[in-house]
Write a protein of this length. Structure first.
Length: 72
């Protein structure tokens, strides 16, 4: 039972299975030398991280700091 993984493509029991997603796109673009796709995908990933930090985690931090105080 041979299993290899490379860039969103799995070789498993003689079959090739591919995955979809941003990580797969980044890996495939890197393997193929498509630096324009690699740059665009990386910028999209960074934008998603910043948006999640600003919209979700900042609000949760404010909520938790107003509800729970850590006193020494």
């Amino acid at each position: 039972m041979e299993r290899q993984h490379r860039g969103g493509i799995f070789h498993f029991q003689g079959r090739i299975v591919s995955t979809a997603g941003l990580g797969s796109t980044i890996s495939s673009a890197s393997d193929a030398g498509r630096f324009d796709v690699l740059l665009a995908s990386t910028l999209i990933m960074a934008t998603i991280v910043v948006l999640i930090n600003r919209l979700l985690w900042r609000r949760l931090y404010r909520l938790s700091s107003s509800r729970f105080k850590l006193e020494t």
